[in-house]
Write a protein that binds this ligand. Structure first.
Ligand code: KG4
Ligand code: ZN
Length: 333
């Protein structure tokens, strides 16, 4: 048997049904993503029950397509990995039941993967040279964490948001200004046409925690006060600048405290062009290296879950058949 390990990853924690085949945690053979964004758009956000139903409708087709695109059969797969939390419980259960059924039928080991560990692992696919230890800033729709990645499966949370996640703030601001869902990519685009002319507050704590509700509320108040007169592009640019200031300030503080010279950004908001550029600029000025995944691997996808599956399996993790979905799973559990 060759040394190489093929992992099939399944992701269904929110509104993307995704299945991928990845070799040795770094090489993507297929990464099929069926997104439900258009379905949830009209409700202004993800409706959990609708998400679960669509996962059920999609999952078997997505598994089939992922195997076909990778040009492999289930027999060729060595390990089956699946997100088991955090996320929407009904949505998670669809991917998890599928993973269990496939693993049981094909007699393959099953590995439960933490969704955030998956986002972090997306960086290993894009950057073949990236190895722990490094600092990771995880910024998604549900999480904003500064994580010390000590090893591939060893994490320490250094700071987290005390209120809204960054992506959540992007989505809420966009909804209130009437820009649609999801807010991140729309704000990213409009901000490029604007200047950060509006003053918005920044919140800092003694430790490395974050808070974004103050920035969000200030945008909403401005929007109410200046009804009709607001320059939307400028407001988007001001919002991005305020959020990025907070994220980069805490990240640099953590890099200094830990004496690390590498930072990876992960999660849906790591797709943000202003945030990426600002980190690149600060990295060049302060002597640290910046990593972020290619765009398709920033938002939810199964390739990142297959990558994390590989490192967990290599570290000896195999899950029991009674593995359950854990909606509020903590990192490291
Ligand atoms: O990681 P993700 O796909 O799902 C979660 O695990 O939450 O992240 C989704 C979040 C949404 O809030 C979306 O608005 C945000 O990522 N996002 C962005 C961009 N693309 C997606 N935020 C800022 N700029 C972007 N370009
Ligand atoms: Zn995610």
């Amino acid at each position: 048997m060759s040394e190489s390990l093929l992992c099939l990853g399944i992701e269904s924690s929110c509104d993307e049904t995704s299945v991928a085949v990845v070799r040795d945690g770094r090489e993507v053979l297929s990464n099929v993503i069926a997104t439900q964004i258009d379905i949830h758009k009209k409700y202004g956000g993800v409706v959990p029950e609708i998400a679960s139903r669509n996962h059920v409708e999609n999952i078997t087709y997505v598994v089939k397509e992922a195997l076909e695109k990778a040009n492999v059969t289930l027999d060729d797969i060595d390990v089956i990995g699946c997100t088991y939390g955090p996320g929407l419980v009904g949505a998670l259960l669809v991917g998890l039941s599928t993973a269990k059924a496939l693993a049981y039928a094909a007699k393959k080991p099953l590995v439960g993967v933490h969704h955030i560990e998956g986002h972090i692992a997306a960086n290993y696919i894009t950057h073949k040279d990236l190895e722990p230890p490094y600092l990771c800033l995880v910024v998604s729709g549900g999480h904003s964490h500064l994580v010390h990645v000590k090893d591939y499966t060893e994490f320490e949370i250094l700071g987290r948001t005390r209120d809204d996640a960054v992506g959540e703030a992007f989505d809420k601001v966009a909804r209130v200004i009437g820009l649609g869902y999801p807010g991140g990519p729309i704000i990213d685009k409009l901000a490029k046409e604007g200047e950060p002319t509006y003053h918005l507050p920044r919140t800092y704590f003694e430790n490395l925690d974050f808070s974004f509700s103050g920035i969000k509320t200030a945008v909403l108040n401005l929007n109410n006060k200046e009804k009709g007169n607001i320059n939307v592009n400028d407001l988007c640019a001001s919002f991005e600048e305020a959020v990025t200031d907070v994220l980069t300030t805490n990240a640099i503080k953590a890099l200094k405290e830990l004496k690390l010279d590498k930072i990876a950004i992960a999660g849906g908001v790591s797709a943000n062009s202003y945030l990426r550029n600002k980190f690149e600029k600060l990295g060049a000025e302060n002597g640290f290296k910046v990593y972020y995944p290619e765009l398709v691997l920033c938002t939810d996808n199964a390739a990142m879950i297959a990558a994390a599956t590989y490192y967990n399996y290599k570290n000896g993790k195999i899950s029991d058949w009674n593995l359950n979905a854990v909606p509020n799973l903590k990192i490291g559990d």
